[in-house]
Structures are given as structure tokens and as C-alpha cells.
Design a protein around this ligand. Structure first.
Ligand SMILES: [Zn+2]
Length: 333
């Protein structure tokens, strides 16, 4: 089967010919994410191309091959019937789990635009290639969501991709500019979904994990079932207060939550409040004794695994508090 992207005149197939040392394994998951990177090498440097990145990834990092499936090379301009285009290098079969976003590699396709966009600017030939590759991938059904590297779990600190990929993929010169679909009212659970991942699929829609918790009281986030339907668009603002809404004081709640940081060794009323709240939402921590011991720490950890999967440290702080408040709210407290 030929892919639509193969008909792009600026595409070169280098699945054979780039530096390799072995073979990436096959993906065990369907691609859901197209992840956009830049190379952090200035775009006009001689080393700003797929061949150099492959060399670096294999020889220095010890990887089986280049970490991206596609590399767009602004310094190599190809004349096409539609005008000048940055060359697109196809580096791996689509089903190869290459290394570019850690835990998310299984379901993410890596696309790198050569350049350092802290300093470089996207030129028209590059924008056109980004938009046309994107449109082709959409047509080929490869991935559903576009994300920059630093929008993927665990990478918020990365200066990647820096350029505005959303603007680039819908560049006006594109033959089929694509817009992200509107947020659906309901969402059907897919394999591997968590409330966290669902909330973060929706970059622009503004639905938070707290909203999902509050709007779906009958759903146990610890046990999401494939095919289960939850409120998504309809969850908006279920928890997140609209701007300028006055906050209720904690004393108004049945289970007031302490502020600040509580952790192993903490003692006092705040710990008691936390223990009461954890027990109320079925993250059992044993006797309410006001001592933050191993059972309380374990309950906080179990809670974080469900609601804050990237911040599991057994320490109660502002983020855990916010999630706990939302869960209490969803239970009617
Ligand atoms: Zn990156």
C-alpha cells in the first residue's frame, strides 16, 4: 500500500542509507500522536540534516538509528510544481518505535524540522513542507493529535519544538489546511487512557482533570474501561471555576483540606484533615491519628498514581490538594 505522503515531490526515501546500528523494534500501539521537534542545530549549518542527526543518534547516543521518522531540511530546497519546498527525508517505516519522546514512543510519530527555532525563523518552503506532510499524514490516518515535544508527558521543560507548529500545519499555502476538530461533548475511552491523558489531549479546549472528575462522578478513574463513554466537552468548567468566582472557604466543606506541604513525619490537625478526606474518597489510610506515617504516605501515592501520574511522590501539596478537592466535590462533599 502506498501512502499519500509518498507522492510529495519533495520527499526522499532514506529508510536505507542513513547510519544505523541494528533495528528499532515494532510498535505495539497504534500511532495516536504526531510529535513535532526541532533539531537545535541552526538550519543553515552543514550538519543540519537527517544524515548528521542519524550519525549523532547512532554513534554518540548509541541508538539503533535516527530518532525521527521524518526530517524536514530547510537548507535543501527542492523545486516542485507547486514551488520551492524544503526536502522531507523519510527515515523509518511508520511501524518502527523510534526514540524521541521516551515513554510515549510507542504511539508517537517523530517529525523533526532541522533548525534552532530559538533563533531561526520558518521560511515559506519549510512551512509548505510541514503543512503538506501534515495534510498527507492526516489523509493516511497516521496519528490523530499534533503535539510539540514539550507537550508530551514528562517533557514540559524541553525547548522543543519552539516554532508554532499549529500555525505551520495549517499554513495558508497548504493544499488542504486542516483545523483541529471541535471538542466533542462525550469521549469514548481508548486503550491506555487516563483522565490525565484525556485532559491533555485537549490543549485548547480548557478541560482539566478536575473537570473530568467532577463531571463524571460515576466513573472510577482507577478502572477506566475501553469503550466506556465519559463527558468531555460537557465537563468544561464542571470544577474549574469561571474567572472571578469567589472561592468558598475550606471551613464551608464537610472535609476541609489543609494548605501547604504535608509529608512523612508531619503531624497535627492538617494531617487529620487529609486522612479524613482520603478515607472519604476510598483511598484508605487507616486510623485518623494526625500522624503522616507509611499508611498515609501510601494512600497519597495511590491517589497520585490515579490523578497525578507524573507527580507520584507521596507528598501532599497544592496539586494533590486540588485533585482531592475535585474528587470530594464529585462525591457530593
Ligand atoms: Zn524534541
Amino acid at each position: 500500500m502506498a501512502y499519500t505522503f509518498q507522492s510529495l515531490p519533495q520527499l526522499v526515501d532514506k529508510r536505507e542509507g542513513l547510519r544505523e546500528n541494528g533495528e528499532y523494534s515494532k510498535r505495539t500501539k497504534t500511532i495516536t500522536h504526531r510529535v513535532w521537534h526541532h533539531s537545535l542545530t541552526k538550519k543553515n549549518l552543514s550538519g543540519s540534516d537527517a544524515a548528521s542527526f542519524a550519525h549523532y543518534h547512532v554513534e554518540t547516543l548509541g541508538w539503533p538509528g535516527i530518532g525521527y521518522t521524518f526530517v524536514i531540511e530547510p537548507k535543501n530546497v527542492v523545486q516542485t510544481p507547486k514551488g520551492p519546498r524544503a526536502r522531507i527525508v523519510w527515515c523509518h517505516d511508520i511501524d518502527r518505535r523510534t526514540y524521541h519522546v521516551g515513554n510515549s514512543n510507542q504511539f508517537s510519530l517523530g517529525i523533526c524540522v532541522a533548525g534552532d527555532y530559538r533563533y531561526d525563523k520558518l521560511d515559506d518552503a519549510t512551512l509548505a513542507s510541514i503543512a503538506e506532510l501534515h495534510a498527507a499524514l492526516v489523509k493516511d490516518g497516521i496519528g490523530k493529535y499534533d503535539r510539540s515535544h514539550n507537550e508530551m508527558p514528562g517533557y514540559s521543560w524541553k525547548e522543543c519544538c519552539v516554532y508554532d507548529y499549529r500555525k505551520a500545519i495549517s499554513w495558508q499555502g497548504s493544499v488542504t489546511p486542516s483545523k483541529p476538530a471541535a471538542l466533542p461533548d462525550y469521549y469514548t475511552i481508548q486503550e491506555g487512557d487516563t483522565f490525565w491523558s484525556i485532559a491533555h489531549k485537549d490543549g485548547a479546549g480548557g478541560v482539566t482533570v478536575e473537570d473530568l472528575i467532577a463531571a463524571n462522578p460515576g466513573v472510577d478513574p482507577r478502572n477506566l474501561k475501553v469503550g466506556q463513554v465519559i463527558k468531555l466537552g460537557k465537563a468544561k468548567n464542571a470544577y474549574t471555576p469561571k474567572p472571578n468566582t469567589p472561592k468558598k472557604p475550606q471551613s464551608a466543606y464537610k472535609y476541609p483540606l489543609p494548605s501547604g506541604i504535608l509529608k512523612r513525619g508531619s503531624r497535627g490537625t492538617g494531617v487529620k484533615q487529609l486522612q479524613n478526606a482520603l478515607n472519604a474518597v476510598n483511598f484508605k489510610c487507616g486510623n485518623v491519628d494526625g500522624i503522616y506515617g507509611p499508611k498515609t504516605e501510601d494512600a497519597v501515592r495511590r491517589f497520585q498514581k490515579v490523578y497525578l501520574p507524573y507527580e507520584v511522590d507521596g507528598i501532599y501539596g497544592p496539586n494533590t490538594r486540588k485533585k482531592l478537592q475535585a474528587v470530594l466535590k464529585s462525591k457530593g462533599y
